[in-house]
Design a protein around this ligand. Structure first.
Ligand SMILES: *[C@@H]1O[C@H](CO)[C@@H](O)[C@H](O)[C@H]1NC(C)=O
Ligand SMILES: *[C@@H]1O[C@H](CO)[C@@H](O)[C@H](O)[C@H]1NC(C)=O
Ligand SMILES: *[C@@H]1O[C@H](CO)[C@@H](O)[C@H](O)[C@H]1NC(C)=O
Length: 300
């Protein structure tokens, strides 16, 4: 579990320099465990009070006497207390769902004595990108999953896009296809009426390899609501790919190098974790400090 988290952490850290956004972006696969990094620079005399938000809702909160999990996050979120004692306020988010795709903000909450109010200071902002993978062969037909059967929508209106570029749109009987996708894409009307908004992509080509997003458009909401992000990877026809597996684009090679470096740099960390696994007085000292501070504050 810890090893997995470390690997995810390093993989996500390595992804950061590639994005142009100054805030931290963490990518997570549906069903995986994501680690939203957070680190306290200041030293606290007792277990600090940390609160994680998504939009305006509390996701998780922990202090020496409070632990709170936000709605929809029950049993899936944690900041291990021993880590928090060390100033590591990273949020562990298990069983990642599409609905977790949003902006997360961490805060440190301080109690201001004389005014008797809680002052919170923002630590950092994290964008969590949740996606699912689909792989397809050149010339084949791919189905990009999308599902809103749990919602009841009178006039379903779906939009599939790559960034801001629309690939396909359907509202009832009316549908339109984006440039380069003419005659190749569809969300069958009868499927959409059942809440199945999956995109059928025919005659897959190498240029189709990218990130697709599906949105639901509702009359009462101005902005389209994201349903699913699908990363499509395209492989050459099986005979060719078996002969020469290195026949990928330069981007693919770069990605492979980065991932290899990430794995290599997580190896010493994993080994480090093993050596720390043995009883270490530094950690025990810190823990007991946290516990003793906890008990003294309870007596007050
Ligand atoms: C912070 O804590 C998480 C688990 O809560 C752990 O996976 C991660 O390795 C820790 N980071 C550091 C720098 O110790
Ligand atoms: C959803 O629609 C796609 C394409 O129209 C189809 O391949 C798939 O089987 C459907 N899924 C379900 C659960 O009906
Ligand atoms: C599939 O796409 C290729 C170009 O990517 C095109 O040359 C070919 O004619 C298409 N095949 C069909 C059956 O549409």
């Amino acid at each position: 579990m810890i090893l997995l988290s470390i690997t995810i952490f390093w993989l996500s850290v390595c992804v950061v320099p590639l994005s142009e956004d100054p805030s931290i972006t963490v990518e997570a696969h549906v069903g995986s465990t994501a680690l939203l990094p957070c680190h306290l620079r200041k030293v606290f005399t007792q277990t600090p009070h940390i609160r994680w938000h998504a939009d305006n809702e509390v996701v998780f909160e922990r202090s020496f006497d409070v632990t709170h999990e936000g709605p929809g996050y029950e049993g899936r979120v944690d900041i291990p207390e021993e880590e928090l004692c060390k100033g590591n306020c990273s949020l562990v988010l298990k069983d990642v769902r599409f609905t977790d795709h949003t902006f997360y903000r961490s805060f440190v909450v301080e109690h201001v004595e004389d005014t008797n109010t809680d002052k919170s200071t923002e630590i950092n902002k994290i964008q969590l990108d949740v996606f699912q993978s689909v792989s397809a062969q050149v010339g084949s037909t791919a189905v990009l999953p999308c599902d809103w059967r749990h919602l009841s929508i009178e006039t379903p209106h779906v939009e599939w896009s790559i960034g801001r570029e629309i690939v396909f749109e359907r509202k009832g009987k009316e549908s339109s296809q984006g440039k380069g996708y003419e005659g190749r894409v569809d969300v069958p009307e009868e499927e959409l009426l059942k809440g199945n908004c999956s995109l059928v992509l025919k005659n897959v080509s190498v240029t189709d390899e990218t990130l697709y997003s599906s949105y639901i458009l509702m009359t009462d909401k101005k902005k389209p609501v994201l349903v699913q992000n699908i990363k499509v990877s395209v492989s050459e026809k099986s005979e060719e790919s078996k002969d020469d597996p290195s026949a990928s684009s330069a981007g693919g090679i770069n990605k492979a190098i980065i991932i290899t470096i990430c794995i290599l740099c997580s190896v010493p960390l994993i080994l480090l974790q093993f050596s720390y696994g043995a009883p270490d007085h530094r950690i025990i000292e810190m823990r007991s400090q946290c516990i003793s501070l906890k008990s003294t504050s309870e007596h007050q």
